[in-house]
Write a protein of this length. Structure first.
Length: 317
């Protein structure tokens, strides 16, 4: 108690003595994107955009709940807008390493890339890394050409909405849900009870609609595939790079360097420097430099993408 009183007295004396205080933010504010050359030389530029981790419109957060990174949808839009203003940007590479994510976030990024291509009229090549499944592949379809690393796993063309049925466990623990509703379908996807047959049909209709949208995106973007060709491939299974090439889901099997060469060739460039955008203090020194995103982020938004109910273009092994 005495220590607390002495502390309050000390603060009062300092404040009354005319001392100046400097307000220092507890957390660093997000800074504008900066450009970093990661490879090559020349006047013209190829922008390398990193699409890693779970695709979501939610900010990345630490275990304490503080925002650690801007959400991927707004970051990519910001990068595309910056690139659109730069006349020296002659091509874009989408380096994708993602199991997918929410339906809406995947669709927003796809649409932003398509709009950017129409506005800027420059080649866009997708380079698939470890995994580029479901929403990751959905986004790749916005590119003019898709190149997959020899060890890439891709595909997983489907939709999932995660749900746990906890009724049996709750019965064992003697716990009952006691919600009040207006509308008997208000808790249609509740984890506290199983769904009725009618409710399953309602949810399946939604899933089928979103699945058909995925198939339509592939149909529109992959010139060598028809809807009839795509339907047997769209059962959620994953494919190796060689399988995906043979099935015409991708164009070539190769490395990131070959993606850079493909952009240079399409843009008619003898040489170009590869650049990435980053926040101040983010270290990027070559074309494989990653965003600080984990594919499974239990301390951030990764695990919590399952709650509440979300419709996901996401591989769920």
């Amino acid at each position: 108690m005495k220590k607390a009183l002495l502390f309050i007295l000390l603060i009062t004396l300092i404040m009354s003595s005319g001392c100046a205080f400097v307000s220092i933010p507890l957390f660093r504010q997000t800074q504008p994107l900066q450009e970093k050359i990661v490879q090559g030389k020349g006047r013209n530029k190829i922008l390398l955009i990193d699409i890693s981790g779970i695709i979501s419109s939610a900010d990345k957060r630490s275990t304490t709940g503080f925002v650690t990174e801007q959400d991927i949808t707004s970051r990519i839009k910001e990068e595309l807008e910056k690139a659109a203003r730069d006349k020296k940007i002659k091509g874009v590479i989408l380096r994708i390493n993602s199991p997918g994510g929410t339906v809406t976030a995947s669709d927003i990024i796809y649409r932003e890339i398509v709009r950017f291509k129409k506005k800027k009229n420059i080649p866009v090549v997708a380079c698939l890394m470890d995994i580029a499944t479901s929403g990751g592949y959905y986004i790749a379809c916005a590119a003019d050409e898709i190149i997959a690393h020899p060890t890439t796993v891709t595909g997983s063309i489907g939709v999932i909405a995660f749900k746990f049925n906890l009724k049996g466990l709750m019965d064992k623990l003697g716990i009952e849900e006691d919600s009040v509703m207006a509308g008997d379908k208000k808790d249609i996807y509740s984890m506290f009870r199983p769904m009725s047959g009618e409710e399953k049909k309602i949810m399946q209709d939604i899933m089928d609609t979103l699945h058909n949208r995925f198939i339509s995106v592939i149909d529109e973007s992959r010139a060598d595939l028809t809807r009839d060709n795509i339907l047997p491939l769209a059962d959620g299974r994953v494919y190796t790079a060689d399988q995906a090439r043979d099935l015409k889901l991708i164009d070539h099997v190769g490395y990131l360097d070959e993606s850079i060469n493909a952009v240079q060739k399409q843009a008619g460039l003898a040489k170009a420097k590869v650049v990435m955008y980053h926040r101040p203090a983010a270290y990027k020194n070559n074309i494989y430099s990653q965003a600080n995103i984990s594919l499974v982020n239990f301390g951030g938004s990764g695990l919590f993408e399952y709650l509440p109910v979300r419709f996901m273009y996401m591989w769920n092994p």
